[in-house]
Design a protein around this ligand. Structure first.
Ligand SMILES: Cc1cc2nc3c(=O)[nH]c(=O)nc-3n(C[C@H](O)[C@H](O)[C@H](O)COP(=O)(O)OP(=O)(O)OC[C@H]3O[C@@H](n4cnc5c(N)ncnc54)[C@H](O)[C@@H]3O)c2cc1C
Ligand SMILES: Cc1cc2nc3c(=O)[nH]c(=O)nc-3n(C[C@H](O)[C@H](O)[C@H](O)COP(=O)(O)O)c2cc1C
Length: 605
């Protein structure tokens, strides 16, 4: 059977790897393959079953690696009902019900596969980040249904009893790894790769705090430029800077110690890797294809995610290695890894935001077991970890106004207090905020964002950007100030005028320059009643409606939580009160605006 996945930040990939491993334990020959490299023309003749796992990204988009497969499936020359008549499919989606387009990629994929004639083995499964247990909340039950449906297929391998599976150990890891100890490695470890061609080395020019000293939230305006006199990076307002963060050195050292690795030890894949596994090359470099591999320090510093809470699979791996070492530890780990222990796992792991390093040091006997198992132990542990993801920041500089190659970002330092009052800080935002002039961001690149200045230069803009959501709009306002052709309504929101009014003075000064810009601020905690951007929009409904009537575009940026829906409702209400539209007509009108690119949101959680 085949497991294919489309993943933007690695979750769908991990689910797919887990499903393929589970299928192998049940006697299937199964591999997980990224949709990016999967030969979709072979789909109609796939024997047995195809399990597809995909996330939804952006504002209801399919993940990048799924685009090619999705375009193929949408081809109008594929006969409906018969193209995939022989194929049995199961689809699991990963999404976040906080987004308006919840899990649409998986919903559309499942619907299209069935439209083309594929038979659904089990109903579509939907994992939700908003669930207490994350996507795991829905995955467990869905997977049970999948195993039952697969067993019933003609030609299925003989049924393996659940107790046999649970005592069968871990099966084969994703990669069989080889470690060359630093003393045995010929010469110094290979130079750390400089990253792909588009990744650039940036140097910090300025880093200033935008929030008042002593205010709970630290938000930074950080200016960067290309280092070593390299060519400037071209961009447009609305683009985002992608930054590869690095794990802190003490965390790297802790994990190296727990796994018994020296920083200069070389880690490589033993033997050939599955072609559909792009991560092998990303992690092990030439060691993903027969070479010496990568130093353990580089692997843990820049490639493997050791700062977020580990996935459930790591607990299963640790349980297996604690067996025979320490009964109490083994029992606890086995419980945490089990379906019954999911609540306990959530309380210990996700809710407390434990890092991989912390989990490993909490279970010393399991780590001793991993070390004793040598390469096999390390293979299982690394196969259970995710990839360190780049972080995105909307560019707040303007390509025309900020000359000299300056790139600015507006970074809110993430600080979270766990139920046990442990203070956890965001990896990348904390790191960036700590950089001073001359410090280096070794790997960064620019990507096109969802927001873009409309081509019609006199079309009004309605910009809604509370908090750091203002970043791309600072860029746009500075750009428009030079052109002087269109009118802009900017809605900003924060808690207090005196504490966290980001770019307040700058926007106020621009507003005074001419009537083209009107800034409306919602200081949520300054008055007797909470006041947010949607309330501000309601108060200025007439101006909003007039701007839209004149061909304007609405852009929304910031938190994905409730704000985007509240803003939509406020815009709809403006159409009703000012344009005399019925509720249904206002909704249809908003849908049409979105369709024509005149209502665009870019939000994140
Ligand atoms: C298109 C786009 C543009 C963006 N633009 C900006 C920008 O201009 N400025 C900006 O500051 N950020 C922006 N972000 C967010 C940014 O990319 C990072 O996600 C953010 O800085 C946190 O990264 P981190 O590495 O510091 O935290 P991490 O170490 O990655 O921790 C974040 C984790 O904490 C969780 N989390 C977040 N908030 C809470 C909370 N309150 N309580 C509990 N858990 C929480 C999240 O689920 C996430 O898993 C943008 C994101 C996208 C996708
Ligand atoms: C920038 C961003 C945009 C997202 N957009 C959506 C969305 O529109 N709809 C949705 O259901 N989930 C959305 N999500 C949630 C992801 O689908 C979810 O986190 C998923 O587990 C990611 O899986 P992946 O790592 O395989 O990409 C978004 C997440 C991020 C970070």
């Amino acid at each position: 059977m085949r497991v294919i996945y489309g993943s933007e930040t690695g979750n769908a990939e991990d689910v797919a790897e887990g499903l393929a491993a589970g299928a192998r334990l049940r006697g299937w020959e199964a591999t997980a393959v990224s949709m990016e490299v999967y030969d979709v023309t072979g789909l109609p003749v796939e024997p047995h079953a195809v399990v597809a796992v995909c996330s939804t990204t952006g504002q209801g988009e399919v993940p990048g690696p799924m685009r090619r497969l999705w375009r193929f499936l949408l081809r109008s020359d594929l006969p409906l009902g018969t193209s995939l008549a022989r194929v049995k499919v199961a689809v699991f989606g990963l999404g976040d019900s906080g987004y308006a387009d919840y899990n649409v990629a998986a919903r559309r994929l499942a619907a299209r596969l069935q439209q083309l004639g594929a038979e659904a083995l089990v109903p579509l499964g939907l994992g939700d980040d908003q669930h207490r247990l994350g996507y795991e909340g829905a995955l467990e039950v869905w997977t049970k249904g999948l195993w039952a449906a697969l067993e019933a297929l003609p030609g299925a391998p003989p049924k393996v009893a659940e107790h046999v599976i649970s005592s069968a150990g871990l099966g084969a890891p994703r990669w069989a790894l080889r470690v060359t100890r630093s003393a045995a490695a010929a010469g110094p470890p290979p130079a750390e790769p400089e990253g792909s061609g588009e990744e650039r080395r940036l140097v910090v020019r300025r880093n200033v705090r935008l929030t008042a000293p002593g205010w709970v939230q630290d938000v930074r305006h950080i200016e960067l430029e290309v280092g070593d006199g390299g060519a400037q990076m071209a961009y447009r307002s609305g683009d985002v800077l992608c930054v590869r963060p690095e794990n802190p050195e003490d965390e790297v050292d802790a994990v190296l110690g727990s796994l018994g690795l020296g920083g200069d030890d070389l880690v490589a894949v033993e033997g050939p890797t599955n072609d559909g596994d792009p991560r092998a090359r990303q992690w092990f470099g030439d060691g993903g294809g027969g070479g010496d591999g990568v130093s353990a320090r580089e692997l843990l510093r820049r490639r493997v995610d050791i700062s977020r809470s580990p996935r459930r699979r790591l607990f299963a791996v640790l349980a297996e290695h604690a067996r025979g070492q320490d009964e109490e530890e083994w029992e606890r780990l086995a419980y945490l890894a089990s379906a019954e222990g999911m609540d306990a796992l959530y309380a210990y792991n996700q809710r407390e935001r434990r890092t991989v390093g912390e989990v490993l040091s909490d279970f010393p006997a399991a780590c001793a077991g991993v070390r004793a198992a040598g390469n096999a132990g390390l293979s299982h542990v690394l196969s259970a970890l995710g990839a360190l993801q780049p972080r995105k920041f909307s560019l707040s500089s303007s390509p025309s106004a900020d000359t000299g190659g300056v790139l600015a970002v507006t970074v809110a330092v993430l600080v979270v207090k766990t139920p046990y009052k442990r203070v956890r800080t965001g990896l990348c935002s904390t790191w960036l905020a700590g950089l001073g002039p001359g410090d280096v961001v070794p790997r960064a690149w620019i990507e096109e964002g969802a927001l873009r200045l409309p081509e019609r230069q006199d079309a009004p803009l309605i910009l809604v950007g509370p908090g750091t959501g203002v970043a791309p709009f600072r860029s746009m306002v500075r750009e428009v100030a030079l052109q002087g052709l269109r009118s802009v309504l900017l809605f900003f929101g924060c808690r207090h005028k005196e504490q966290d009014w980001l770019y307040g003075e700058e926007m106020g000064a621009l507003e005074k320059q001419g009537s083209w810009l009107a800034v409306h601020n919602a200081f949520s905690r300054d008055g007797p009643k909470k006041r947010y951007v949607q309330h501000c929009i309601a108060e200025h409904a007439r101006a909003v409606w007039q701007a839209l009537d004149a061909g304007g575009t609405v852009m929304v940026s910031g938190s994905a939580k409730d704000m985007p829906q509240d803003v939509e409702a406020a815009i709809c209400a403006a159409a009703q009160s000012q344009g005399a539209l019925s509720e249904a007509d206002a909704r249809a009108w908003l849908k049409a605006l979105k369709h024509h690119g005149r209502y665009v949101a870019e939000t994140w959680s």
